[in-house]
Design a binder for this molecule. Structure first.
Ligand SMILES: [Zn+2]
Length: 52
């Protein structure tokens, strides 16, 4: 059977000045990053941590 994987957390990338950080609907917020790519990585790790 096919079960769609629900994403428990909705993570967005927020920008603050020259920094970017991942912010989630669950209240979690990642550290400020100078690179958006790093913020996206934080977001991915957050999602994986919750899925584990
Ligand atoms: Zn979350």
């Amino acid at each position: 059977m096919t079960v769609a994987t629900e994403i428990a957390c909705s993570v967005d990338i927020e920008h603050a000045g020259s920094f970017a950080y991942a912010r989630c609907g669950c209240g979690w917020r990642g550290p400020g990053r100078r690179a958006v790519d790093r913020a996206r990585r934080d977001a991915g790790e957050h999602g994986q941590a919750l899925a584990a």
